[in-house]
Design a protein around this ligand. Structure first.
Ligand code: HEM
Length: 469
């Protein structure tokens, strides 16, 4: 008997449904497809060949089923991710490893040593954020005329996470160069990689002939060398200061306390993973918040009034002031609702079969969750296209994985472990940006175009003019 599969449009040989993805960003394109082909009830599920079978979830009620009720069935990642040498090098990391022991232990390890409340609010992490935010404020204050805030936010986000990972004196500039590299390779390489996936037989040939393999190799070599230098430096310096994340990884490897085998390549892969996961998402969130505030100056004024009342005449907003920022918190949520930094989360893959809204989903089906579409679904949100932070005031709706209409960090087993790390980093930056400066556009309209990728920053950098408040 044929399984009862979700609706699926007509598919072409080789390319499957790839031909249906138009020139818009994938989350917008997939959203249209689910509206056109999904049942017009609360499920809206569609099954696409992209070119392997992929379940696309675009409603909160379907998200509950795949991320809560059947979370275990969908907790793995597609092999093309875990095997990809691009992001992992030759080691394994947390974000892309398949469901299993390595994933479970390494995720736990990152929570204990980097991302849990205790680490996030430890004295060295607080000091790192305070120094990085001061650096950013000084940089803005010293700038004359219009300023590339995207750059500024990137340096801040990267500075905070690289110091949390490798301690003071870590080379944020070098991290930045290495990260910049990956975006360039990804952008240029995505077409080739797509071709390689569509035509697996000649895929290897394609990536080789296009020079992509060589780029990946060079990229991996640079990263390996960089992390090797950090590790070498650590071995040389006396171990008198507080242990950072790299120290913890090295110690775990030496004395086997992590509860799992950790090779030097795994250490490199995990460091790359944490740097990438934290830098892009954080800077992207700041970019979209400031963009929305420039489009909604009444909201900007309200947020500025709030923080200026709280911080009074202090030289800087500190983390102790953040307990009181009710309105600014609502602004952050509202910006993340309309612009989730990873609009399609990170692809999942099923390991067993599961029945979702009456449809039979076989094992080895990829799962894409359109968090962007879910957060704009009129079934869950009133006037969803409007930027209106007030909707979150006095509301219990939060992004911690219990409210499925709002899941910018995902939910369930694969949920982002970096929420606490991210939120205080974002809040501290935003509160200071609004406290110290008034903002205006450099005389041209502000576009809201999106770039294409797993994470979605602005297509064009955000340029603004700051004046001291
Ligand atoms: C605004 C900031 C951030 C957003 C919006 C965000 C969002 C996400 C999303 C959507 C996922 C995938 C969830 C899924 O597969 O269903 C994820 C996974 C992950 N994030 Fe974040 N993230 C942020 C910040 C961070 C930070 C600061 C870190 C670490 C320093 C981090 C580390 C990770 C890791 C390790 C995973 C993989 C989890 C797993 O596969 O089990 N994230 N994040």
């Amino acid at each position: 008997k044929k399984p009862n599969l979700p609706p699926s449009p007509a598919s072409l040989p080789f390319v499957g449904h790839l031909y249906l993805l138009d020139s818009r960003t994938p989350h917008r394109s997939l959203h249209s497809l689910s509206l056109s082909y999904g049942k017009p009830d609360s499920s809206r599920l569609i099954l696409l060949n992209l070119p392997s079978p992929t379940l696309v979830v675009s409603t909160a009620s379907a998200a509950v089923l795949v991320l809560k009720t059947h979370d275990l069935a969908f907790a793995s990642r597609p092999a093309s991710f875990s095997e990809g040498t691009l992001v992992n090098g030759t080691g394994q990391n947390v974000s892309f490893s398949e469901y299993g022991d390595f994933w479970r232990q390494s995720k736990k390890f990152t929570v204990v040593h980097l991302l849990g409340q205790k680490r996030v609010f430890s004295a060295p992490f607080r000091a790192a954020r305070a120094e990085e935010v001061t650096t950013m404020m000084n940089r803005i204050a010293a700038n004359k005329g219009e300023m590339n805030l995207s750059d500024c936010f990137y340096a801040y986000a990267n500075g905070v996470v690289s110091r949390a990972i490798a301690g003071k004196g870590s080379n944020a500039q070098r991290f930045r160069e290495l990260m910049g590299d990956i975006s360039a390779v990804l952008a240029n390489g995505s077409l080739y990689r797509l071709a390689a996936e569509v035509f697996p037989g000649i895929g290897k040939l394609i990536t080789k002939m296009s020079g992509l393999d060589e780029k990946f190799e060079l990229y991996n070599k640079n990263w390996n060398q960089f992390v090797a230098e950090i590790i070498e430096d650590k071995k040389k310096t006396a171990n008198t200061k507080e242990e950072d994340f790299v120290d913890a990884l090295m110690r775990a490897r030496e004395d086997g306390t992590a509860g799992f085998d950790l090779t030097e390549n795994d250490i490199i892969a995990i460091i790359r993973d944490m740097t990438a996961a934290a830098t892009d998402t954080t800077f992207i969130t700041l970019e979209w918040i400031m963009s929305e505030l420039m489009k909604n100056l009444n909201v900007m004024a309200k947020a500025q009034t709030e923080i200026r009342q709280i911080a009074g005449k202090k030289p800087m907003v500190t983390e102790d002031d953040l307990n009181q920022i009710e309105y600014i918190r609502a602004v952050i949520k509202e910006a993340m609702r309309l612009h989730p930094p990873a609009p399609l989360l990170v692809p999942h893959e099923s390991t067993t079969s599961a029945v979702i809204h009456g449809y039979e989903i076989p094992p080895k089906t990829k799962l894409i969750i359109n968090a962007w579409a879910i957060a704009r679904d009129p079934q869950s949100w009133e006037t969803p296209e409007e930027f209106r932070p007030e909707r979150f005031l006095g509301s219990e709706v939060d992004f911690r994985g219990n409210d499925f209409q709002f899941i910018p960090f995902g939910a369930g087993r694969r949920m982002c472990p970096g929420i606490n790390f991210a939120m205080v980093t974002i809040e501290l930056a935003l509160a200071n940006l609004l406290y110290h400066f008034d903002w205006r556009l450099p005389g041209r309209d502000l576009d809201m175009d999106e770039a294409v990728g797993i994470s979605v920053p602005r297509k064009n950098p955000l340029y603004l003019i700051a004046t001291k408040a």
